[in-house]
Design a protein around this ligand. Sequence first.
Ligand code: MBD
Ligand code: FE
Length: 286
Amino acid sequence: MTDTRDETTATAAASGQTATERFRESGRVGAAEISTERVNLLASRVIKAVNDTVLEEKVTYDEYNALKAWLIRVGEDGEWPLFLDVWIEHSVEQVANENRHGSQGSIEGPYYVPDAPVQQSPTKLPMREDEPGTPLLFRGRVTNVAGDPLPDAKIEIWHADDLGFYSQFAPGLPEWNLRATVPVEPDGQFHIDTMQPAPYQIPTDGACGALIKAAGWHAWRPAHIHLKVSAPEHQLITTQLYFTGDAHISDDIASAVKESLILDPQPRSDDQGKEVTYDFVLDPAE
Ligand code: MBD
Ligand code: FE
């Protein structure tokens, strides 16, 4: 049977289940043994933090049961990846990258898919013939911390479309829409034609959306481009780039914006949309 639904019929539960499956398949589950000492320390601290909140705020049984029901629903909707990546990953990223000298990182989020089609720079991301939005030429160079170009670098890039949907996580989109793996040019430069993404709202009809509504928060992330930039003998950096003037640049629900990651695209001289330059600097492998 052909799936005739389009991306606007996406549901939180469907994209959540897909994100959950993708995480299970990613090879990250059980990839490293966590010692008994470490589990004891971390689990004890998290449980104590919750208990302290209960005691200090005098949490009632009604509130406790609301929490229990909500946690059950997070699992049912497959939204543990979304919940963790929106509200926790930014701190993990901060710790992981605190000693870097090169470009700043940011969170990966739940919608990365490995092994996107390889397209040598200069290139245009896979997109529909009538892909909506403003064309954006994203260009720059990948170097080491000394400023030498890294000709063997590659850039994995993925982002949402103009309606805020990611291919493979919403129905009706071509499999690799707005996703690619881009080897750079011999002088370390890259030129990637894409569409400027729009501000993004995390799914509002699932457990995370229910929390946002119940707490009176908003569900927005500023428009962003996701990237993984790597080169032999250098540390891979996972990051995101944002756009100046975005309505949610200062109140990202995922707390993942950094000053150095905000772009200011300019109109192209040929008037074919916008262009912007960002240079990536990779730290040496440890
Ligand atoms: C996203 O697109 C995203 O980047 C993050 C971090 C969380 C939810 C959706
Ligand atoms: Fe995203």
